[in-house]
Design a protein around this ligand. Structure first.
Ligand code: SF4
Length: 384
C-alpha cells in the first residue's frame, strides 16, 4: 500500500498572530542548508522505508518562500529515491499574494498538482487582526494566477470563530470564497494557542473572547451554504467537489502509514511513531552530522510504539472524523480481526443513544451533533 510523504518547510515571511506551528520568520540564510538537509533526510528515509508514495505534501510554514531552485532540489530527492506513483497527488501550501505567475508555472512544472491557499478570511479587519500578509484582492489574484498556471485542484483554508467576527462577516467570507470556485474548502475554528499574540490580546481584554456558541452557528451556516453550492462534506473540517477530497489527509484519517521529513515532522509506519526536533538549526545539524545515523532518522527527537489497542482507538478516532465514510465494519474487521461490536459494542450503543453516532451495522458515523462534540466521542475509544 502506498504511503503519504510530508515535507515540512518551517519558514514564513512573518508570523501570523494566531500561529503556533513550527515556523520561523527571518531565517532566509538557512533556506539553502535546510533544503539540503531535507533532501538528505528524504534519501535516508527512502532507503530505510522503501515504499511507493501515493501522496506528497509540502506544508509549513510557507513552502513557497523557498526558491524554485531549492524546491526542485527537495522534490528531486523524493522522485529519485521513492517510487512516487504516476498519479500521485502532490500538494503545496502557499500564501496568497506572495507568488507570481512565473513562480506558480514553475511549481506546476515541478509536478505540484494541487495548491492549498491560506485565505483565512476576506474581511480586511479580520485579516489585519490575524497578521496576514495578504488582502482579499491578493487571494483573488493568486487564484487567477494559479488557474493560469494550470492548477485545476485548489483548496482555500478559512478560519471562523474569530474575536469580533459576526455571522454576517463570516457569511460574506464564505460567499467570496465560493465565488472563486475552489475544488476544496477547509474550515478551521480558531484556537487561541498558548503564547500567541492573539491570545495575549484577548486575555488582556484588548479583543473580545471568541464565543463558542457563535462559532457553532458559523459552522452550521457554512455546512448548509456549502452543501447548497454543491460541495460535499467528507471530514469534520473539509468539503470538496466530488472526487477532489484531499488524498494526503485521507492517509492520516484512515490511519495509514506516512513519513514526515523536516523540522518537527511526524512519521507513523510499521507500528512506530516518531517526531523530529523542531528548531531549524538543530535539525540541520542533526541530519548533516555524518557518521552512523540513528534509527529511524537522525532528526528524530522521540517516538513511541503503537500497540494494538492504541492503533484500534486511533483508527476509530480518526475514521470518525470522516463524516461520510466513517468507520466501516468490513475495514475494521479486515484490519483487526474483530467486529466493531466485539471491540466497542457498549461504548457505541451509549454514544448512539446520546445522539452522537449513527450505526447501521456496516458503518459507524458521527451525527451532526456528534460533529460539534467530536472530542467527547473520540475520547471514548482511546485506551486510558
Ligand atoms: S502563514 Fe501559516 S504557517 Fe506561516 S505564520 Fe501564518 S499561519 Fe503560521
Amino acid at each position: 500500500m502506498p504511503i503519504g510523504l510530508y515535507l515540512h518547510i518551517p519558514f514564513c515571511r512573518v508570523r501570523c498572530t494566531y500561529c503556533d506551528f513550527n515556523t520561523y520568520a527571518g531565517l532566509g540564510r538557512l533556506h539553502g542548508p535546510y533544503a539540503d538537509a531535507l533532501a538528505q533526510e528524504v534519501r535516508l528515509l527512502a532507503s530505510r522505508f522503501p515504499r511507493p508514495v501515493g501522496t506528497l505534501f509540502l506544508g509549513g510554514g510557507t513552502p513557497t518562500v523557498l526558491s524554485i531552485k531549492l524546491l526542485r532540489r527537495v522534490l528531486a530527492a523524493c522522485f529519485d529515491t521513492f517510487a512516487v506513483e504516476d498519479d500521485a497527488e502532490i500538494t503545496s501550501e502557499a500564501n496568497p499574494g506572495t507568488v507570481s505567475l512565473d513562480y506558480l508555472r514553475a511549481l506546476r512544472h515541478l509536478g505540484v498538482n494541487r495548491l492549498s491557499l491560506g485565505a483565512q478570511t476576506f474581511d480586511r479587519g479580520e485579516l489585519a487582526m490575524l497578521g496576514r500578509v495578504h488582502d482579499a484582492e491578493g487571494v483573488r489574484l493568486t487564484v487567477q494566477r494559479a488557474r493560469a498556471a494550470g492548477f485545476d485542484n485548489l483548496n482555500l483554508d478559512l478560519i471562523y470563530g474569530l474575536p469580533g467576527q459576526t455571522l454576517t462577516s463570516w457569511a460574506r467570507t464564505l460567499e467570496q470564497a465560493m465565488a472563486l470556485t475552489p475544488e476544496h474548502i477547509s474550515l478551521y475554528c480558531l484556537t487561541l494557542e498558548e503564547g500567541t499574540p492573539l491570545r495575549d490580546r484577548v486575555l488582556q481584554g484588548r479583543l473580545p473572547a471568541p464565543d463558542p456558541d457563535l462559532a457553532a452557528d458559523m459552522y452550521e451556516l457554512a455546512d448548509d451554504r456549502l452543501a447548497r453550492e454543491g460541495y460535499r462534506q467528507y471530514e469534520i473540517s473539509n468539503w470538496s467537489r466530488p472526487g477532489y477530497e484531499c488524498a494526503h489527509n485521507l492517509v492520516y484519517w484512515r490511519n495509514r502509514p506516512y513519513l514526515g521529513a523536516g523540522a518537527g515532522a511526524h512519521s507513523s509506519i510499521k507500528g512506530q511513531r516518531w517526531w523530529n526536533v523542531r528548531p531549524v538549526q538543530t535539525y540541520i545539524d542533526r541530519v548533516t552530522a555524518g557518521g552512523a545515523t540513528p534509527w529511524p532518522s537522525p532528526a528524530a527527537e522521540d517516538g513511541e510504539i503503537i500497540d494494538r489497542a492504541l492503533e484500534m482507538g486511533e483508527t476509530m478516532m480518526l475514521g470518525l472524523r470522516l463524516t461520510r465514510e466513517g468507520v466501516a465494519e468490513a475495514d475494521f474487521r479486515r484490519r483487526f480481526g474483530l467486529s466493531l461490536e466485539e471491540a466497542y459494542g457498549d461504548v457505541i450503543r451509549e454514544l448512539v443513544n446520546a445522539g452522537l453516532l449513527t450505526w447501521d451495522q456496516t458503518r459507524l458515523r458521527l451525527t451532526r451533533r456528534g460533529r460539534l462534540l467530536g472530542n467527547r466521542v473520540f475520547a471514548r475509544f482511546l485506551p486510558c
